[in-house]
Structures are given as C-alpha cells and as structure tokens.
Design a protein around this ligand. Structure first.
Ligand SMILES: Nc1ncnc2c1ncn2[C@@H]1O[C@H](COP(=O)(O)OP(=O)(O)OP(=O)(O)O)[C@@H](O)[C@H]1O
Ligand SMILES: [Mg+2]
Length: 242
C-alpha cells in the first residue's frame, strides 16, 4: 500500500525534555489511524510535526510528496494537502458559517467567490449542516461548530486530515454527531490520523491503532489489540477506562 504519511525515527525535544523518542509509523491512502496514549505521551506533538507546526530534531517525515523534515519544505504546499482540526474550533465569530468556509478557498486557493460558495455548500451538506450556512458560530452548538471546523478543513480538499481530540470538549450527545461525521469521512475514503480518547471509535472505525507511551510507539496494530494488549502499559491504559 502506498504510504501517504510516513514517519521514521522522529525525535523532538522541548528544551531538555525528550518528547518524541524515535517515533515511526505509516499511514496508507484511505487508512484511518487512531493515536491513543495517556496525557503527555507525545500524541499532539507527533500530529503537529506531521503538519510542521513543530519542526523535528531528527528523523524523517514524508507526507504525500513533501519531505516535512526538510528545512527547505514549501509550507504552503504541505498545508494545502494536510488539514488539521483541533479541540477548539477556532471559527471567526464575526463571519457566517459560509464565510468561515469560503475564506481558505478564496484566499489560499484563489478560487472565485461563486466556486467557493458552491464548494462550501457541498462540504456543509457532507457534515449535515446545509441549513446553517448563514448562521454565526455563536448561534451553533459546540458539536455544530466542530462540524463547521471539519467542513472548513474539507473545503481545502486535503489529501489527509489530522484530528486532535476534536470531541474532548463536547458532551456525549454532541460527541456522537461529530464522530458520525468522521466515520462518514472514513467510509468515503479520506486518509485520517486522529488522536482520540474514544476507544469505541478507535475499535470500530480505525484500520490501525498506535499506542504511544513515553514518546514512543509502544504498540501498534489492528484495533483488536485493544481487546488483547501485548504490553502491561497498554493493558493499564485501557483498564483506566480512558
Ligand atoms: N510547545 C511546547 N513547549 C514545551 N513543551 C511542550 C510543548 N508542547 C508539548 N510539550 C511537552 O511535551 C510533552 C508531550 O506533549 P503532548 O502535547 O504531545 O502530549 P499529549 O500526548 O498530546 O497529551 P494530552 O493527552 O494531554 O493532550 C508534554 O510533557 C508537554 O508538556
Ligand atoms: Mg494532546
């Protein structure tokens, strides 16, 4: 299978703290990879390195045809291929849902207003919010705002999408509606890497689970590993019900 994302022996330090200690894993086209692990294990840092929000100290990261570790990387081209959605939605409060979504395509991709509008309506339909195009973010629930954030990212037509605990701030009902959207994206063939505490989602939707511990990939494999951990660390993590 062709790898869309490939990390090899990635190291990252913050000052004296060694946060990623030789992280390697790869993601094939159309694959869904769930990264799990306890707080501070390096999950977000790994994700941020893939999008070059952080620069690695050693190792290589290949994303599509971009050498992300290369100081000469063209950031704009990388970001065109990689979408990222965070726990906080970061929507512009003074813009409507539609305007939030068309901003990227018109400014970064230089799409015409009409074309961007058509695309925005299309991605809004994909996240089930066709009726909210003219609403302002404050008029939406947290789950709806997060779905707009996902739609905004989709409008950039990325090759791969990264999700960092996108449901952690939501109550269970709203979490469910966001997970449903993500599951639909997975079924449609989107390549996705998600940091998540939603074990049921990891078990049912992911093709591969990466368990991080102390800055390393401690265990990696099919979701079945969640019911049959090979290491005491994963066993303990799952036992904590996280
Ligand atoms: N910009 C930064 N500067 C200094 N230290 C950082 C920075 N970002 C992360 N760290 C440290 O790196 C370690 C790993 O952080 P990271 O955010 O990757 O963990 P995580 O697995 O995502 O945890 P959580 O589940 O709490 O989100 C932590 O000890 C954190 O304090
Ligand atoms: Mg994190």
């Amino acid at each position: 299978m062709q790898a869309v994302v490939d990390l090899k022996s990635v190291h990252k330090r913050f000052g004296s703290q060694h946060v990623l200690c030789g992280v390697s894993f790869s993601v094939g086209r159309g694959q869904v990879v769930a990264i799990i692990g306890k707080s501070g294990s390096g999950k977000s840092t790994a994700l941020r390195c893939i999008n070059r929000l952080e620069h690695v100290d050693a190792g290589t990261i290949q994303v599509c045809n971009h050498a992300v570790h290369d100081p000469a990387l063209n950031l704009r081209e990388l970001r065109r291929d990689v979408g990222i959605v965070f726990q906080s939605y970061n929507l512009f409060p003074h813009l409507t849902v539609l305007q939030n979504i068309t901003l990227g395509p018109t400014s970064v991709k230089r799409m015409s207003a009409a074309e961007a509008r058509g695309l925005a309506l299309e991605v809004l339909a994909r996240v089930g919010l066709s009726d909210k195009a003219d609403a302002y973010p404050e008029q939406l629930s947290g789950g709806q705002q997060q779905r707009v954030a996902i739609a905004r990212s989709l409008a950039m037509q990325p090759q791969v999408m990264l999700f960092d605990e996108v449901t952690s701030a939501l109550d269970p009902e709203l979490t469910g509606e966001v997970l449903k959207v993500m599951e639909k994206l997975a079924v449609e063939g989107m390549t996705m890497i998600l940091v998540t505490h939603e074990m049921a989602f990891a078990r049912n939707v992911a093709d591969k689970v990466v368990f991080m511990h102390q800055g390393q990939v401690w265990e990696e494999g099919a979701p079945a590993m969640l019911t049959n951990p090979a290491t005491p660390e994963l066993r303990q993590f799952i036992g904590n019900g996280l």
